[in-house]
Design a protein around this ligand. Structure first.
Ligand code: ATP
Ligand code: ATP
Ligand code: MG
Ligand code: MG
Ligand code: MG
Ligand code: MG
Length: 269
C-alpha cells in the first residue's frame, strides 16, 4: 500500500502489462467447460441433454450475476456461458484479466458448491474447470450478432445431437452408423428423419434445449408486511412495497427483434 516504504523489489510491478478494455464497448466474457466431453461421460450425463447439468450451469451463471457487478445479460448452452458487462462499466477499471478471472472462478466454485442440489445421487468425481476469453463489441448490432451466433450454434448442435441420439436410442443404430446416416444432411433432412421415422416434431422439443438459457435482470414490486409503531399510535401491520431486482431466465429466441423490444433496457444506446 502507498504508505509503506518501497522495497528495492518494487520495480517488478512495472512488468505488468495494461489490459484495460476499450471504453464504451460491451465487454463479453465467454466461459467453456474444459474437456466436458469426458466430464459428461464420467458423470453419466444423459444424452443428448442432461437437465441436471443445464440447471447447474444456469445456477452458477445466476450466482455470477448476483455476486459480480454490472452484468446485464448472460446466455448459455451446453458447457458454455457468455456474460455481457454494460458498456459504461468501470468495474476493476475494466481490466480484462480481473473481469475474466473473477467470472471464471465465481462460476467454477458455484458449479461445485451447488453440485449436490442438481446431482443428488451422482458424486462429483474431480474438480471441473472453465476457460475464459474476453471479446469487445462496439455496437448494439455487433453484440446482438454475437448472441445470435451462440444461439444459432445451440440450434445446429442440438438438432444434430437430437437426430444422432434418436437414431441410436430408438433406431437401434450404433454410433458409427448414426454418424454415417447424418453425414452431409441439411437441417431439413434431420427434421424429416425425426418426423417420418420417429414421429418427432423437432419444434416441440423442449425450449431450453433448442434455445439455450438467457438470464436478464428484472424489476419486481415486492410487498412485505412489517410490524410498525407510528408515533402516538398503536403498533400495527403495515404493507411496505419496494422494487427488487431479480435474475430471470428465458428459453426463447433472441435472434429476432421481439425479445429486445420486450426488454428494451438490456441494451443501452
Ligand atoms: P481484494 O479483493 O482487493 O484482493 P482483499 O480483502 O482480498 O481485497 P488483500 O490485499 O488480497 O485484500 O488481502 C487479503 C486479506 O485476507 C488480508 O488482509 C487478510 O486480512 C486476509 N487473509 C488472507 N489469508 C489469511 C490467513 N491465512 N489468515 C488470516 N487472514 C488472512
Ligand atoms: P474443450 O475443453 O475444448 O471445450 P469439450 O470436451 O468441453 O472440450 P465442447 O466443444 O466444449 O468440448 O463440448 C462440450 C461437450 O460436453 C459436448 O460435446 C457434450 O458432449 C458435453 N455436454 C455439455 N453439456 C451437456 C449436457 N447438458 N448434456 C449432455 N452433454 C453435455
Ligand atoms: Mg471447445
Ligand atoms: Mg468445453
Ligand atoms: Mg463447449
Ligand atoms: Mg485479495
Amino acid at each position: 500500500s502507498s504508505n509503506m516504504a518501497k522495497s528495492k523489489f518494487e520495480y517488478v510491478r512495472n512488468f505488468e502489462t495494461d489490459d484495460t478494455c476499450l471504453r464504451n464497448c460491451y465487454i463479453v466474457v465467454r466461459l467453456d467447460g474444459r474437456n466436458f466431453h469426458r466430464f459428461a461421460a464420467q458423470h453419466n450425463f444423459t444424452k443428448p441433454n442432461d437437465n441436471r447439468a443445464l440447471g447447474l450451469m444456469s445456477r452458477s451463471a445466476h450466482s455470477v450475476m448476483e455476486e459480480l457487478e454490472d452484468i446485464t445479460i448472460a446466455y448459455g448452452q451446453s458447457d458454455e456461458f457468455s456474460f455481457v458487462f454494460k458498456r459504461t462499466s468501470n468495474w476493476f477499471k475494466r481490466r480484462a484479466s480481473k473481469l475474466m478471472t473473477h467470472i471464471s472462478s465465481q462460476f467454477s466454485s458455484s458449479y461445485v458448491f451447488y453440485w449436490k442440489e442438481f446431482f443428488e445421487d451422482q458424486p462429483l468425481l474431480y474438480p471441473p474447470s472453465f476457460d475464459g476469453r474476453v471479446v469487445l463489441y462496439p455496437t448494439n448490432h455487433n453484440l446482438r450478432d454475437y448472441l445470435s451466433w451462440r444461439q444459432a450454434d445451440c440450434h445446429i448442435n442440438n438438432l444434430y445431437n437430437t437426430a444422432f441420439w434418436t437414431l441410436i436410442q430408438r433406431g437401434g443404430l450404433n454410433t458409427v452408423q448414426a454418424e454415417d446416416r447424418l453425414k452431409g444432411t441439411l437441417a431439413a433432412d434431420k427434421n424429416e428423419i425425426l418426423f417420418s421415422e420417429f414421429d418427432i416434431n423437432y419444434n416441440n422439443e423442449s425450449a431450453v434445449h433448442r434455445k439455450g438459457t438467457t438470464l436478464i435482470w428484472e424489476k419486481r414490486e415486492e410487498t412485505v408486511i412489517k410490524r410498525m409503531k407510528p408515533p402516538g399510535e398503536e403498533e400495527k401491520d403495515v404493507p411496505v412495497t419496494s422494487i427488487k431486482r431479480k435474475v430471470q431466465a428465458y428459453h426463447c429466441d433472441i435472434i429476432g427483434d421481439q425479445f429486445w423490444e420486450e426488454h428494451p433496457d438490456v441494451l443501452e444506446n
